[in-house]
Write a protein that binds this ligand. Sequence first.
Ligand SMILES: *Cc1c(COP(=O)(O)O)cnc(C)c1O
Length: 433
Amino acid sequence: MTAIPGPKSQAIHERRTKVVAAGAASGFPIYVDHAHGAILVDVDGNQFIDLGSGIGVTTIGHTDDGVVAAASRQVGELTHGLFTITPYEGYVRVAELLAAHTPGDFAKKTVLVNAGAEAVENGVKIARKYTGRKAVAVLDHAFHGRTNLTMAMNYKAMPYGLGFGPFASDIHHAPNSYPYHDGLSGAEAAARTIAFLEKTVGAEDLACLVAEPIQGEGGFMVPAEGYLNALQKWCTEKGVVFIADEIQSGMARTGKYFASEHFGLVPDLVLSAKGIAGGLPLAAVTGRAEIMDAAHPGGLGGTFGGNPVSTAAAIAVFEAIEKGNLLGEAKRIENTLKTELLRLQAKFPIIGDVRGLGAMIAMEFVMPGTENSTKEPNAAAVSALSKHAFENGVILLTAGTYGNVIRFLPSLAVSDALILDAVGVIEDALARL
Ligand SMILES: *Cc1c(COP(=O)(O)O)cnc(C)c1O
């Protein structure tokens, strides 16, 4: 409708620079007015194909009818009760749904909180109380949040941690499985991780290992076959709580309720957030009842945790996944998008790798002519591609420790026609590059 950004977005942007903290920077200078399905509409009336879903949050689509109805109804009935004072049923229902849909056939319990980082914090608290141990292990290229504890758990200092210390102690960063770069089998990569945990940390001191089954911010690395299973087996033998951070990979995103299921992984605790409540803030720690109950009454909670409007929306999300066969839709998106991206990879050698599952797919960019040797990161290509896509109506997210990954996190409501439309824009940008 207008040049991008349009005049109304520019005017808001001008006001923003005076009153919004610089640290809360935005990827794109347009201001969204409304959205539905996989389309965002800005204040100037420009439409964008949203392939990021607010980093995998509106997984079932923007303003899903069921979520809007459930949340609207709930707003008129009860917006806050504080579950730890005067509880309500929606919280209990979400805990039942999470017990039913997280991996593992055993008694499970849940605590609800506000955001992903808070779920990570609570997972660690619970594991420490249960084991009586203090050390926490994470994997290289991980991202776990922006609170003090989770800043210490991230791989990348910039922008998440730099200058914000001092950080929490007893956090250990172990090597991960990154098949495109390390070339290791699952067994070899696991042996390397376990050697680090045994030699550098000491199993007897280790409360938990926190791992994203498919790393999000790090660049959508799908670990080599058997890697996660070997870590889980080792954790079980050593009494270490295995915590799967499924905040980005969970809630139907990869074609299963939780990505762990692709690997036959049964974590002791599963963390969910992002896609769980259709855009409303909600996060959860779900896991083995005996571990969850190690935290004493009053030891877990928070004023807004498990807010009634958020829990009403989450119940609607679970219903939508079932009714709309959204696990199947994630597979449809994988088929369409991966086929197209592999076609582009054959045509443009700067696309070093195409990987991912369901509606969680990435392309890693390398320097021209080096794709079979150094696999040197090409962040400039990613910036140029993302900029061209934005100016032509496609919201693309970047990722990767070296900023050289484009990650696709479309909503499961995105049609094949919209995917092909967006891929056309990407292909055009690559041809110009
Ligand atoms: C986004 C994310 C978090 C942090 O969630 P917030 O809601 O931003 O606190 C933690 N872990 C993973 C894997 C994430 O993708």
